[in-house]
Design a protein around this ligand. Sequence first.
Ligand code: TYD
Ligand code: MG
Length: 492
Amino acid sequence: MPRATTHVCSDCGLQSAQWHGQCPGCGAWNTLVEERLSPRARDAPAARGGASARRARRGGGTSEGLVVPLPLKDVGATPVARMSSGIGELDRVLGGGLVPGSLVLLGGSPGIGKSTLTNMVLGNLQAGGVETLYVSGEESAEQIRLRAERLGPGALQVPVLAETELESVLQALAAIRPAACVIDSVQTLRSSELSGAPGSVGQVREVAAQIMELAKAQGTAVVLVGHVTKDGALAGPRVLEHLVDCVLQFEGERERPYRELRALKNRFGSTNEAGLFEMRQGGLVEVLDASARFVAEATRAPGSVVLATMEGSRPLLVEVQALVAPSELEQPRRVVSGLDRNRLALVLAILGRHGRIGTGAADVFVNVVGGVRVDEPGCDLAVALAIASASRGVPLAGTPRACFGELGLTGELRWVGHPERRLEEAVRHGLTDVICPPESGPGACEARTLREALGVAVPRRGSAAAGAPAGVESEEMFLSTLAGLPEAALGP
Ligand code: TYD
Ligand code: MG
C-alpha cells in the first residue's frame, strides 16, 4: 500500500518518510511536520483533470489543456452577498457580514468568549431561517446546551455536533450543507490519516485545508475558532493566517467585562475596524457608546487623562491612567497594559529630556482603562501628560480634558490622522479645549511642543496659586534627584 503521509522540514523543505527530532538536511530541531501526500503525487493522471477544471472555475480559460490568462475586466465578478450575523459590531468588523464560502479564523485566549460569540451568531442566523452547524471538539453537547440556555431561545435552536474526527465532520458538513458553520476549535479536530496529535502544525493545517475545500465548493461560511498562547500569538492556528480569508482577534482581560474584536486580516473588508463588547449574564452585549461610558468613569485624579483615539474609522475616548512611585529596585519597573511597552520607553525618554520630568528612579505604571488596546502613535501625548500629572501629583488643568498627538524625538507634537473626528467626539461628550498638535482644527487648544502642552495641562504645584519658584515642587524634585538628574541639568 502506498504511503499516505510524509514529513516535511518547514525550514529546508526536506522530505522524509520518518519523523526526526533534528532535520537530517539542515540540522534544525523540531521542524519536521507531517503532511498528507497530495493525491497528485500518488496518482498523477487522475488528479490533472480536476486541477484544470478548478482553474477554469477560477477565471483562467483553458483550450486543449493550455492555460490562457484572462484580462481582469473579463473575469466574472459576482457581487459578494453577505449574511448578517445579527450582531452589528461583528458585522462591521467583518466588513458587512459573513461571506458565503469564506473562512474566518477567530482567535482569543481561553475564556474570553469565543464560544459565546459564535453560538450567538449561529443562533441569530438559525432564527432567521439559515441552516447552521456548530461543531465542538472541546465541550460536550450538554455543556454547549448549558451555555445556550443563558443566551436565549435562538441559540438553543442551533444543531450541534460534538466530534473530534475530521472525516466525520466533513461527512456531516457535506450531508447537511449548512450556510454557516463554526468549528470550535480547529486545534481539537484530528485527521485519522495523519499520526500527529490534535493541535500539531500538521494536523491544524490539514484540518483547515480539508474544511476549506469543502466549504468553498458548497458555499458554506466557516468560522474556525483558535486558541492563542499566553504571549498573545495565535499559536498553531498562526500557520492558517495565509490560508483563511479573515483573521479576527478577540481581546480583553478575563476579569474585566470589556472585550474588543479586531480584524488582523480581511479579504472582504478593512482591517482597521474594531468592535467593543461587554460580557454580561445573558452573553455578549455590544457597547455602542463606549466613549460616554469611559468619560463618565474617568477619575479626574492626578495621573488620569482622557485620550481621543481612533479605533479604525471610529473615534473613541478612553481614559489613560499613570502611577509614578519611588522604586526600591535597581532597575525600576515599567508596566503597561493596553499600550506598547516600547512606546512607553520612548515617551519616558522624551519626557525626561524635553519635559524635565525624570523618572529614572521611579516605577512607572500606565494603563488604558477598561481593557481597551490602543495601537496608534496618537496616544503619546496622553501617556506623557498622565505620567507628568502623576509625577507632579496634580490633576490635569480643566479635567476631564481630552488630548491626542504623537511626540517627536525632538519634543515636538506631531499631527495625527482624523483630528476633526477626534475633536468632534470630544465635544460631543462635553470635553472642550482638547490639547492637540497644530493644524488639528478649530476649537482645539493647539500646542507645538511637549513643553507647551505641559505648560497648559500640568501646572507646577503651587506655581499657579502662590507664584512659587519651580524648585519647590516636591515629587518631581524628589524623583529627579533620585535619578541623579537635577532639573537644571535637564536641557534648557
Ligand atoms: P466562553 O465563550 O466559553 O469562552 P471561550 O470559548 O473563549 O473559551 O465563555 C467565557 C466566559 O464567559 C465564561 O467564563 C463564562 C462567561 N459568560 C458570561 O459571563 N455570561 C454568559 O452569558 C456566558 C454564556 C458566559
Ligand atoms: Mg470555548
